[in-house]
Write a new protein. Structure first.
Length: 152
C-alpha cells in the first residue's frame, strides 16, 4: 500500500478546515492509499522516508511560510535529502494577500531536496472564501488518485 503524507500547519479554524478538506479528498482512495496527516511539529524524518508522496500546507506569515513548516524542513531536510529525491509533492498556501514569497521559498527548498512538483502550488489569496475548501478537497483527491494509479 502506498502512503500519502499530508504535512499541514493549521493554526486557525479556516486553515484547519483546509487541512480537513485535503485529508477528506485523499481518503477517496482509502482502499489503496494509506493517508497520514500530521502537524509539521509532529512530522519526523521517518514519516517522510516512508511516504510515496507529500502534500504540504502552510499559512503565509510575513511573506514566508509558517514557522512550523520551516521547523519541519530544518529537522527533516538532511535526514531525507539523499533517499527521497524525486518524491512527488504538492502544496497549498493560505495567504491573506499575495502568497508569492511563500511559494518561492517552497520552490527553493524543494528544488534543493530534488522533490518533484506534480502541480503548481495552490495559493488561496485574500479574504476567506468557502471555495478554498473545494480546492483543498480536489488537491487531496487528485494526489491520492495519481498515487493509486501510478501516475506519480
Amino acid at each position: 500500500m502506498k502512503k500519502l503524507l499530508i504535512v499541514f500547519h493549521a493554526p486557525s479554524e479556516n486553515t484547519l478546515a483546509l487541512r480537513q478538506a485535503v485529508e477528506e479528498g485523499a481518503h477517496t482512495m482509502s482502499n489503496n492509499i494509506h493517508v497520514e496527516c500530521l502537524s509539521p511539529f509532529d512530522t519526523q524524518p521517518d514519516h517522510v522516508l516512508s511516504a510515496d508522496a507529500v502534500i504540504l500546507g502552510t499559512t503565509e506569515n510575513l511573506a514566508y511560510m509558517s514557522g512550523a513548516l520551516k521547523d519541519f524542513f530544518d529537522r527533516c531536510y538532511y535526514p531525507v535529502l539523499e533517499q527521497k529525491q524525486g518524491l512527488p509533492v504538492a502544496a497549498m498556501i493560505r495567504a491573506g494577500s499575495d502568497g508569492t514569497g511563500t511559494k518561492n521559498a517552497l520552490i527553493t527548498i524543494l528544488t534543493g531536496l530534488k522533490w518533484r512538483w506534480v502541480q503548481e502550488p495552490i495559493i488561496c489569496r485574500g479574504e476567506w472564501d468557502p471555495s478554498f475548501l473545494e480546492e483543498a478537497k480536489d488537491l487531496g483527491e487528485a494526489m491520492a488518485v495519481a498515487l493509486s494509479e501510478g501516475i506519480i
